[in-house]
Design a protein around this ligand. Structure first.
Ligand SMILES: [Zn+2]
Length: 1146
């Protein structure tokens, strides 16, 4: 008997074939008939006939389009059914209902239930264990006295690898260009000379942004010298990222992109790839970064800024070197060898050994008469024949003490600091004095020490050799190193929020870049196919666009630097970064516009690129680097105005598109089918209670296939034909008079009844006094108290106060936000969405429900507009107080890549319990999970059970003594956006809070995807003669909703620089997801059942000419064997893993 799934696919296939065949047959018949007629008819009638034929073709085209949509929907539902039948078969069940949420939970194929992994040390457990007593450890203040016996190295001599480095921030106190001109280029110039003088000298370099800039200025002879030094192993490029990225606020898209940008640059210009990571200054460390490094082919890494108490614990256990393993990985596949530096800093006083007063004497740049001094009062001495014995023994004592903290007799000793090795003389004093000490060690074998200059890889090579000789393996460690404290209660949780305006701008550029990358790659593929000879369209500025893309990648990459996205640079430097982000967004938008232009034209010969007068414009504009986007006012008439909407997600979605028009009556139709779209007109508020009379907000529901460009027509319509929002105002004690000629406005009659909004999935209740949320009820019947509050934190009255890095609140904690005047509360109700807006002096808070069927209707959109410029030393937070009984456990994401459990600990100060949140946080109990999904990075905490709070903005008047030398007072009008999602876990729940590894649900993943990647809306200019446009629908069906198209990134041509190649980096991320909260009704998407997928099927009708799996940064050396010529492109996507492919699109 034929299986039902097969039967259905045969059926659907049959319907499809029949439909296509009939269409072609019809077209053929028509053409034949018309041509025959035209031969017999007079010329005048031919025109008429031709126009009739044209109309018929148009109609056919519309039919075909409808057909495509129908087939796509059929395919979606077929896949869904197939998956459920497979599940049924595997589970041996019958009568398993598709929409049964709770029976789905335990059998969802590919579902990653919360897992308790036993092996390895978990940092969460270390936190439970540590007393955080901050005892004085003596010379090593945060550690302990280290003792050793002189004979400990008799068997196995101590092997010291001294690694010279110079930490070059790509912007901090000076801009990137400022540092480059004043310092960095001199450092690199001298490196070339000074390393060439002596083959024993070594140096490592991390920041490719600087290195590539310097390289561009070198002549061929110098470039050859650089290559020689690399080949000889004297110079090593470590990490190879564009910057040394922040690991708290950066999203994994940008983290990977900056790594790719650096690695591909290295491959192209130097033919080398990095093998060791070097992250000595980022303020805390994330395993997401580790995952990317391992995926990019790195084997080893060094980290430095770890909580001093954790360092001490690891030192006591002699586990400062460990295998860093992913929380979710039960195999050692993701392991990377990690070296944690034991002491306070990466400067010389804190790297040679535990005693900074001694180590400082071995920083010869601080010799008397030079620019820097030792604050411990004992100055370095030049090494002479007279003092070499005493100096060597003093240094060896430090080396030996430090070595006691490690399990092998190989010792890593970094030699450097910020912007070091600038002058030629600095190279001489460091290398010459150390060489004398090394020579002395060599001449005295009884000391059992070998010391040399080395690179990072020299060190790790020696380490691995010793470890394997001894048969030792390093212990595995899971978890992350947040929140960092460098001393006392100085927790670096302030920078999780500092400069929130730019943290949001960062994500705007990221979304714009990703959308542009994908559309540009698809455009080039279409052009090559269109021509048949794989050439591009002559008039299309592919090279200029590729340069804009490259600049966009590099500006986003630069902003991932640990003083950029962190908000810890000086004001002018912040403006420099902001300008780069802003200009990149503008330039990328041009690429989007002209790509969409070509793709949409029915008659491609009409394509003409006009830089100054683009065919498409954005529906909004950004006027400056510190301004929020403003919607452009569109003039409507009876002639249709075209709106083009790009869906940058790989999912079919219903999205509400919002534009501002000059008429309260407007009609939107799908340009292809003529079908009217559901629309709503809302007021544009010039002030909280003053309606604009010139501008109106038009919202309509767009049905967007994955990665599609869809065209809509907007016209002015007859008066009163478009549903309008209705408004209710409420202000306690002080009623506001609001007048509007276009909208129905009423005032709340009974002040004490809560406001309520609902759609098919959710009902909410809010206070009529404040407008703030109080309660939420799901369609399933689950009810949760969820109160929204706003609060202020101040800073402590002690000497050390909050600043750009540090959060040092006063002992009183947060104070409830209060204002002398009650807020104006505005309720808006309409057919597409309803919302409640609370207007306070320092912020406008809006909660909105969309009346949509799909996932967009299942969460609550929250947006805040914050302005705290009038305040002094204050931080504003939004707190959610729920009755979810999560105890002290909550979850926050790491870089949008994975979820990490957090435990709120009373033994730690308040500021230590704040963690970074790039995209999500949740609290949960056995019946429900409350997730806050976020479109920007900021600090999050759950200080009491049921609570979640995020820091919205901070204004701090003083420096916090970490070198910045200023406060944070450049606040702006700042927006933040979230989705609040309550999920019912009854029946599907696992052990409450016991699991250490959790994932977002599929619904949360898809909600987050749509939040972070909004549709891009473009408009055609008014009163222009419009050529015929056709929607662009590259994918037949959505990707499974656990598979994220991270990027489709056109690579640079290997021969011709700054030119797009035919090769594209395809990056897919298969997400792990939670199964205990299966949504009801089921989601309209499929999920991966198997690890094996056929890329041709996944992206159909797109076809791949070639597919090669590669490393995450697409280095050719990491390519897996060629699969060109293979009939199918079957590959494996494992849960949680990112897979990278080098592909050519057919
Ligand atoms: Zn730095």
């Amino acid at each position: 008997m034929m299986k039902r799934s097969q039967l259905l696919s045969v059926l659907v296939g049959g319907v499809f074939c029949f439909a296509v065949m009939s269409l072609y047959r019809m077209l053929e018949l028509m053409q034949g008939a018309e041509l025959q007629q035209s031969q017999e008819k007079p010329a005048g009638q031919v025109d008429e006939d031709l126009s009739r034929l044209q109309k018929k073709i148009d109609r056919l085209e519309r039919l075909l389009y409808d057909n495509n949509r129908l087939v796509a929907t059929l395919r979606d539902s077929l896949l869904l059914r197939k998956a459920s039948w497979e599940k049924e078969r595997q589970g041996g069940r019958v009568n398993l209902s598709l929409v049964s949420a709770h029976s789905q939970a335990d059998t969802l194929p590919g579902c990653r239930l919360a897992a308790e992994i036993k092996d390895g040390t978990k940092l969460l457990d270390v936190y439970d264990l540590l007393p955080f007593d901050n005892l004085n450890g003596g010379a090593w203040k945060q550690g302990f006295e280290i003792s050793y016996h002189d004979n400990e190295w008799d068997e196995q001599p101590l092997e010291v690898v001294l690694v010279p480095h110079s930490h070059n921030d790509p912007g901090w106190l000076k801009t990137f260009d400022g540092y480059y001109q004043d310092q960095t280029r001199h450092i690199l110039d001298n490196m070339l000379t000074k390393l060439s003088e002596d083959a024993r000298r070594k140096m490592i370099w991390a920041e490719i942004s600087y290195f590539s800039k310097w390289w561009a200025e070198l002549d061929e002879q110098k470039r050859a010298m650089v290559r020689r030094l690399l080949k000889a192993g004297q110079l090593e490029l470590v990490t190879g990222g564009w910057v040394m990225a922040d690991e708290a606020n950066s999203h994994y898209y940008a983290l990977l992109d900056q790594l790719m940008e650096g690695h591909l640059w290295m491959q192209r210009h130097l033919g080398v790839q990095p093998s060791s990571g070097w992250a000595i200054d980022p303020f805390g460390h994330s395993p997401s970064m580790t995952y990317l490094l391992k995926g990019a082919g790195l084997q080893n890494m060094v980290i430095q800024r770890v909580h001093y108490a954790v360092k001490k614990h690891f030192a006591q256990q002699r586990t400062l070197e460990f295998l860093w393993r992913q929380n979710w990985d039960s195999s050692p596949r993701s392991d990377i060898t990690c070296h944690m530096m034991p002491f306070y800093s990466y400067d010389v006083p804190h790297t040679c050994g535990p005693n900074p007063a001694v180590c400082c004497q071995f920083d010869f740049h601080r010799l008397p008469g030079r620019r820097v001094v030792c604050p411990w009062r004992t100055a370095p001495q030049p090494i002479t024949e007279q003092n070499v014995k005493e100096r060597a023994q003093l240094l060896l004592d430090q080396y030996r003490q430090k070595s006691r903290l490690f399990s092998s007799p190989v010792l890593l000793v970094p030699l450097g600091d910020d912007f070091r090795f600038m002058e030629a003389s600095e190279w001489d004093v460091q290398f010459e004095n150390y060489q004398k000490l090394f020579d002395y060690f060599d001449q005295h074998p009884e000391l059992h020490v070998k010391a040399r200059f080395g690179t990072l890889s020299d060190y790790f090579l020696a380490l691995h050799k010793r470890l394997s000789a001894a048969g030792t393996t390093l212990p595995a460690v899971r978890g992350d190193f947040f929140t960092y404290a460098d001393r006392d209660d100085h927790y670096w949780s302030g920078y999780f929020t500092s400069r929130p305006f730019y943290k949001r701008l960062d994500r705007t550029l990221e979304a714009t870049l990703r959308a542009t990358e994908i559309l540009f790659s698809l455009t080039l593929a279409e052009m090559r196919r269109f021509h048949g000879d794989r050439r591009l369209v002559a008039d299309f500025p592919a090279r200029d666009h590729f340069l804009s893309l490259t600049a966009g990648r590099r500006n986003l990459a630069l902003f991932q630097h640990h003083d950029a996205v962190t908000g810890t640079a000086r004001d002018p430097v912040v403006v420099d970064y902001g300008t780069r982000l802003f200009l990149s967004i503008l330039n990328l938008r041009k690429v989007l516009q002209s790509s969409a232009h070509w793709l949409l034209l029915l008659d491609k010969s009409q394509y003409h690129h006009n830089q100054s007068k683009p065919f498409l414009q954005m529906a909004d504009s950004i006027s400056a680097q510190d301004a929020l986007p403003q919607k452009t006012l569109l003039m409507l008439s009876d002639e249709p105005r075209s709106l083009v909407v790009f869906n940058p997600t790989e999912q079919r979605r219903s999205a509400v598109i919002s534009v501002v028009v000059d008429s309260p009556d407007a009609r939107v139709v799908d340009a292809e089918t003529g079908q009217p779209m559901a629309a709503q007109i809302s007021a544009v508020w010039a002030e909280p209670s003053r309606v604009s009379t010139e501008a109106f907000q038009l919202d309509f529901v767009a049905e967007l296939p994955p990665l599609s460009l869809v065209v809509y027509h907007v016209t002015k319509s007859s008066v009163g034909s478009t549903p309008r929002a209705q408004y209710t105002f409420s202000r306690h004690g002080n009623p506001t008079e609001v007048k509007s000629e276009h909208f129905q406005v009423s005032h709340l009659a009974e002040a004490d009844i809560p406001l309520s909004l609902s759609n098919k999935h959710i009902q909410i209740w809010s206070s009529s006094e404040t407008g703030l949320l109080q309660k939420l009820r799901l369609q399933s019947g689950l009810v949760r108290q969820i109160q929204v509050q706003f609060l202020w934190y101040g800073t402590t009255s002690k000497h050390d106060k909050s600043g750009a890095y540090l959060f040092l609140p006063g002992p009183e904690g947060a104070q409830l936000y209060s204002s002398s005047e009650p807020p104006l509360v505005r309720v808006s109700r309409g057919p597409i969405f309803s919302d409640i807006t609370s207007c306070y002096k320092h912020f406008t808070h809006r909660v909105r429900l969309y009346h949509l069927e799909g996932h967009a209707g299942r969460s609550l959109e929250i947006s805040n507009m914050v302005d705290i410029r009038s305040e002094v030393n204050r931080e504003l937070v939004m707190r959610l107080i729920s009755d979810v009984t999560n105890g002290n456990r909550f979850f926050s994401d790491l870089n949008g890549f994975q979820m990490q459990q957090r435990r709120t600990l009373a033994k730690l100060p308040l500021q230590a319990n704040f963690y970074p949140m790039s995209s999500a946080a949740f609290v949960q109990d056995s019946t429900s999970r409350l997730s806050l999904l976020s479109a920007q990075s900021q600090a999050v905490a759950s200080l009491r059970p049921g609570e979640l709070e995020v820091v919205l903005d901070r204004r701090l008047q003083q420096d916090d003594n970490r070198g910045l030398g200023q406060g944070v007072t450049d606040n702006k009008l700042t927006s933040s956006l979230y989705e609040l999602l309550l999920e019912d876990r009854r029946g599907g729940a696992q052990e409450v809070g016991g699991a250490s590894v959790e994932h977002l649900s599929l619904l949360a993943h898809i909600t987050s995807l749509c939040l972070c990647h909004p549709p891009v809306t473009m408009v055609t200019p008014s009163n222009s003669q419009l050529p015929k446009l056709r929607p662009f629908l590259p994918l037949g069906t959505s990707l499974p909703c656990d598979v994220h198209l991270l990027n489709l990134r056109t690579l640079e041509d290997t021969q011709e620089a700054d030119t797009p190649s035919q090769e594209v980096a395809l990056l897919l991320h298969r997400k792990g997801f939670d199964c205990s909260s299966a949504p009801q009704p089921a989601l309209q998407c499929t999920w991966s059942k198997d690890e094996e997928v056929n890329l041709d099927d996944l992206f159909s009708p797109l076809q791949f000419r070639s597919v090669r799996r590669s490393g995450l940064t697409l280095l050719r050396e990491h390519d897996e064997p060629d699969s060109v010529g293979q009939q199918t492109h079957i590959t494996r996507l494992q849960p949680m893993e990112i897979s990278a492919f080098r592909v050519e699109l057919e």
